[in-house]
Design a protein around this ligand. Structure first.
Ligand SMILES: Cc1ncc(COP(=O)(O)O)c(C=O)c1O
Length: 487
C-alpha cells in the first residue's frame, strides 16, 4: 500500500471521546474504540494523512487490550477511514467519507395499540398454554436443521397445513387437502394475497356496510374499489350488491358472525351469494375470524363448507385462538386457485418463516390448542355475560345490548333516532376504548352505539368500565333532553 505523505508526527495523545451519543453503551471495547476513532476523524480532530499512534501506545492511553486496538484499526482500514503501510504504521485516510447527517427524529406518530377497557383484539392466553407453547418452540429450536435453511413452499409448512386441515374438518365441517391451505401472517395478509391473484387494480370488491374497517382499508390500499353493500338481519344484501357493484369479481364477508353487528347470514342469503358468485365468475372471501368462540349451540357450517370450496376462499387466524403477536393466519383455497394464489404469494414475499409454524402444529396436534380454547371460551363467556348484564342493568333502557352467541365483542346501541354525537360524547366522558359503531359504516346511515371487546379483559375491570359507560350514556342522552328509553 502506498504511504500517504505527511510531515506531522503522531499526536502524543489522541483526542478520543469514549462516551457520548456516538458510542454504543455495552458494545465491545473494540467497537467502542472504533466508534470513538471514527468520530474523531470525521469531526476533523485528526487530519487526512496524519499518523495514528502505534497500537501498543493507544492501548496504554485507553486502558484497552492491544487486541481491541488492532481490531478497531482493522475495521477503520476496511471502512476506508484509515490506511496502513507495513513498517510505517496506520494513517488517517487521504479522503474520508463525509460525516453522516444526524438522523432526524421522526414526526410520524404511530399510535400504540390500545388495551384499555373494551379494546378489541385483546385475547387471554392461558398460562398452561403459554408453557406448552414455550416448550414446543424450545424443542423446535433445538431441532433446527437443514429444512429451515433454504427457501420454502410459498404456502408454508406442510405439517401445519395438515394440522389446520384436520382442525377445519372437525370444527368447521370444511373438508380440504393440506395442499389447498396457505399460511399467511394474518387475515389481512391472506386477503391481500388472494385478491392480487383474482382481481385486477380498480376492480370492484363488495364489502359489508357496516363492516370490518381494516379489511376495507386493505382493499382500498391495494388499489381495488371497495363497494359498500348494506347488511340486514340476514347478512349482506346480495341484491343491493348486484346493483351497487355489478362488475365485482370478489366479495368480502363475515357470514358466521357479521362484524360488527353479529348477525349470522341466513341460508337463503348464503345460497343467493353463492349463486351470484357462480353467475359472475366471482369469488367470495369468507373471514371466519371468531367461530371457535361459540357459546350456545353447535358450531355452524362455514360458507366454504356449504360451497365445498368451489367459489369461496376461507380465511382463518390464530390471532384470536392463540394471540395476535404470533402473526399466523391461513386461507383454504378452491383447487382452481391454488396455482395462481401460490404464484401471487411467491411474488409478494416468497414464503413464510417455518420455525414458529412447527410449534403451532405441535399445539394443534398435541391437543394443547383445543384445551386452551376450552378454558378461554369459558372465561370469555363470563366476560360477555358480565359486560352485557352490567350495560343492560345500568343504562336504564338507554342502550339495547343483544347478547352475542359467538365472538369476542358485542354491540350496544342507542335508539336509532339518537344523534351520533351522543355515543361519541359518552365514550369520551367514560374514557372507554372499543369503537363507535358509526365508525364501521361507509355509505349506509350509521346507527348510534358502541362496538365493545370483552375478551382479554378482567371481569371486575369490565364491570366498572361498563358502569361508567352506561352512566355517561344516560347523562349524554339527558343533556339532549332525551329520556332513556328502550333502544
Ligand atoms: C373481522 C376480523 N377479521 C379478522 C381479524 C384478525 O385479523 P388478523 O388475522 O390479520 O390479525 C379481526 C381481528 O380483530 C377481525 O375483527
Amino acid at each position: 500500500m502506498q504511504k500517504i505523505p505527511t510531515n506531522s508526527p503522531a499526536k502524543p495523545e489522541l483526542p478520543l471521546n469514549l462516551t457520548g451519543a456516538h458510542i454504543t453503551a455495552g458494545a465491545s471495547s473494540a467497537h467502542r474504540l472504533y466508534q470513538a476513532l471514527c468520530e474523531m476523524i470525521v469531526s476533523g480532530l485528526v487530519k487526512p494523512g496524519e499518523p495514528l499512534p502505534p497500537s501498543r501506545t493507544l492501548a496504554k492511553q485507553t486502558g484497552f487490550r492491544r487486541n481491541a486496538v488492532v481490531t478497531a484499526y482493522e475495521r477503520l482500514i476496511a471502512d476506508g477511514f484509515a490506511d496502513a503501510t507495513v513498517g510505517s504504521g496506520t494513517f488517517v485516510a487521504a479522503r474520508i467519507p463525509a460525516r453522516a447527517a444526524e438522523p432526524k427524529k421522526s414526526k410520524v406518530v404511530v399510535e400504540a395499540p390500545r388495551q384499555g377497557a373494551f379494546a378489541l383484539g385483546c385475547t387471554h392466553i392461558d398460562q398452561r398454554a403459554v408453557q406448552r407453547f414455550r416448550a414446543f418452540v424450545g424443542r423446535r429450536m433445538r431441532a433446527f436443521g437443514a429444512e429451515h435453511l433454504h427457501y420454502g413452499d410459498p404456502r408454508g409448512s406442510r405439517e401445519l397445513r395438515a394440522a389446520i386441515a384436520d382442525h377445519l374438518l372437525s370444527v368447521r365441517g370444511l373438508r380440504c387437502d393440506p395442499d389447498q391451505i396457505m399460511l399467511t401472517s394474518g387475515t389481512l395478509h391472506a386477503l391481500r394475497i388472494v385478491l392480487s391473484a383474482i382481481v385486477k387494480p380498480n376492480d370492484q370488491v363488495w364489502c359489508e356496510d357496516p363492516g370490518y374497517p381494516a379489511a376495507r382499508k386493505t382493499i382500498l390500499h391495494c388499489g381495488y374499489r371497495a363497494v359498500p353493500v348494506p347488511v340486514d338481519e340476514h347478512g349482506m344484501r346480495v341484491a343491493k350488491g348486484r346493483t351497487a357493484g355489478p362488475n365485482a369479481r370478489a366479495a368480502y364477508v363475515t357470514p358466521s358472525h357479521q362484524f360488527p353487528l353479529g348477525v349470522q347470514m341466513s341460508m337463503p342469503r348464503r345460497l343467493e351469494l353463492l349463486d351470484w358468485a357462480k353467475q359472475a365468475g366471482a369469488f367470495v372471501l369468507e373471514d371466519d375470524y371468531d367461530s371457535e368462540f361459540r357459546y350456545d349451540g353447535a358450531p355452524l357450517m362455514s360458507l366454504a363448507g356449504i360451497d365445498h370450496l368451489q367459489r369461496v376462499i376461507y380465511m382463518g387466524t390464530f390471532a384470536k385462538t392463540l394471540f395476535p403477536g404470533l402473526r399466523i393466519g391461513y386461507c383454504a383455497l378452491p383447487e382452481r386457485l391454488i396455482a395462481d394464489v401460490t404464484a401471487a404469494r411467491a411474488a409478494l414475499d416468497r414464503f413464510p418463516g417455518t420455525l414458529m409454524e412447527g410449534a403451532v402444529a405441535d399445539m394443534l396436534n398435541s391437543g394443547a390448542f383445543a384445551a386452551n380454547l376450552k378454558r378461554v371460551r369459558k372465561l370469555y363467556r363470563e366476560a360477555r355475560d358480565a359486560l352485557a348484564g352490567t350495560l343492560q342493568a345500568e343504562s336504564d333502557g338507554a342502550l339495547s345490548v343483544p347478547v352475542p352467541s359467538q365472538g369476542l365483542h358485542l354491540v350496544a346501541r342507542f335508539d336509532p333516532s339518537v344523534d351520533l354525537s351522543v355515543a361519541a360524547e359518552a365514550k369520551h366522558a367514560a374514557g372507554a376504548e372499543g369503537w363507535l359503531l358509526a365508525d364501521t359504516y361507509s355509505r349506509t346511515r350509521p346507527l348510534p352505539g358502541f362496538v365493545l371487546g370483552f375478551s382479554g379483559h378482567a371481569v371486575p375491570h369490565l364491570v366498572a368500565s361498563a358502569e361508567r359507560l352506561a352512566r355517561e350514556s344516560r347523562t349524554a342522552l339527558r343533556a339532549r333532553g332525551k329520556p332513556a328509553r328502550r333502544a
